[in-house]
Design a protein around this ligand. Structure first.
Ligand code: 6MZ
Length: 346
């Protein structure tokens, strides 16, 4: 590792936007493929390598392949444990993982088992002393409509009450070209009212202005991507004003957006727009396995693309603490940790 890379690796980091099945590493995919050779799945079908790009549609095909490989409790336990340990090894001190609970008739997996298994993985890592605080967001796939969203919120609510603070919120994700957020509004409102925090994918593609406007009225606690919110790319000033007025942090994933072709190149990433505004923006990975990246690399890319100093980067990682969904005492603990680590990193 070169000298510059060491700084980003040692930098303590907060990861707030990581989809579990998009975060599966090459090594873990290898183990999954050997468990299920009959599926004839190859690595080229589960990851988008260096210099490669796909359309967003094609990215969603990749998730379908990974879902075939991850369809038992045993798989989920392995995947979640590996992903948590990999984030920890990359210097992530606080992680909010998100995943869509899935039912698999063939293996008997239920949505409840699914969430229980992710929680088990978090607890196992904790018991092993892995140096990372992990929380879980239950994801609603926008494709599945009102009824499933309601059911997911109910599950999330039950687990919020029984998981010792591990389940902290909801995510709204899935193919942005499918479905409409207006049908999910009642479920999201219900979740919010029972104390679940909301992180919503908003304006990941153009032409979602109406939906974004509607969902911003909730308001959400954080925004995923928000690629097309601002006027320069066809969004609107009134959307930006709503985000700013409610001080809603953005989760920004550079490589994901470039490889998924919603952003033409790194230098045109909307990180710059929000960073210039001084608006809370958190660098995240989205799907570190699928997009072949890690959080250190994303910070390094932001620094090299937008000319940020090491001090700027430190500030960025530190300010992410204020955007986490865990309660105030956890924020204080993390701030203390950052203070302790500062002299080691510089
Ligand atoms: C929207 C995304 C996404 O839930 O099975 N997901 N949703 N935009 C993105 N940008 C690339 N990347 C991932 O993880 C995979 C699921 O996360 C969502 C999709 O619903 C995908 O099926 P889980 O752990």
């Amino acid at each position: 590792m070169d000298h510059a890379a060491v700084f980003y690796q040692e930098l303590p980091k907060v990861e707030l936007h990581a989809h579990l099945n998009g975060s599966v590493s090459f090594q873990t995919i290898e183990k999954l493929i050997s468990r299920k050779p009959q599926l004839n799945i190859e690595h080229s079908m589960t990851a988008i390598g260096k210099g490669q790009r796909r359309t967003l549609d094609e990215c969603f095909e990749v998730f379908k392949v990974i879902h075939k490989l991850v369809d038992t409790e045993e798989d989920i336990l392995m995947v979640a444990t590996d992903v948590i340990k990999e984030f920890a090894a990359d210097g992530v001190k606080y992680l909010e993982l998100r995943s869509t609970p899935r039912e698999e008739k063939d293996t008997g997996l239920t949505k409840k088992n699914y969430i229980e298994t992710v929680i088990k993985a978090i607890q196992q890592c904790k018991n092993e002393g892995v140096d990372i605080d992990v929380r879980f967001l239950v994801a609603i796939d926008r494709r599945n409509g009102t009824e499933v969203a309601m059911e997911t919120v109910k599950l999330a609510e039950d687990f919020m009450l029984s998981s010792d603070g591990l389940v902290v919120g909801l995510d709204l994700s899935g193919d942005p070209t499918v479905g409409n957020g207006k049908y999910l509004l009642p479920a999201l409102e219900k979740g919010k009212n029972c104390g679940l925090k909301l992180s919503l994918h908003l304006s990941e593609v153009p032409s979602q202005l109406e939906e974004s406007d509607l969902l911003l009225n909730l308001p959400p606690d954080r925004i995923g991507h928000g690629t097309f919110l601002h006027p320069e790319v066809g969004g609107s000033q009134s959307l930006v004003d709503k985000v700013v007025k409610n001080n809603i942090p953005l989760e920004l994933c550079l490589t994901s957006n470039v490889k998924g072709q919603t952003v033409p190149c790194y230098s045109q990433h909307h990180f710059n727009y929000w960073y210039q505004l001084g608006h809370p923006s958190v660098i995240c990975t989205d799907d570190k396995g699928v997009f072949c990246t890690d959080l250190s690399q994303e910070y390094q890319l932001a620094a090299s693309t937008f000319g940020l100093s090491k001090e700027d980067i430190w500030k960025l990682s530190q300010q992410a603490i204020d955007c986490i969904f865990a309660p105030e005492d956890v924020k204080q603990q993390l701030k203390h940790k950052w203070k302790e680590l500062y002299p080691q990193v510089f």
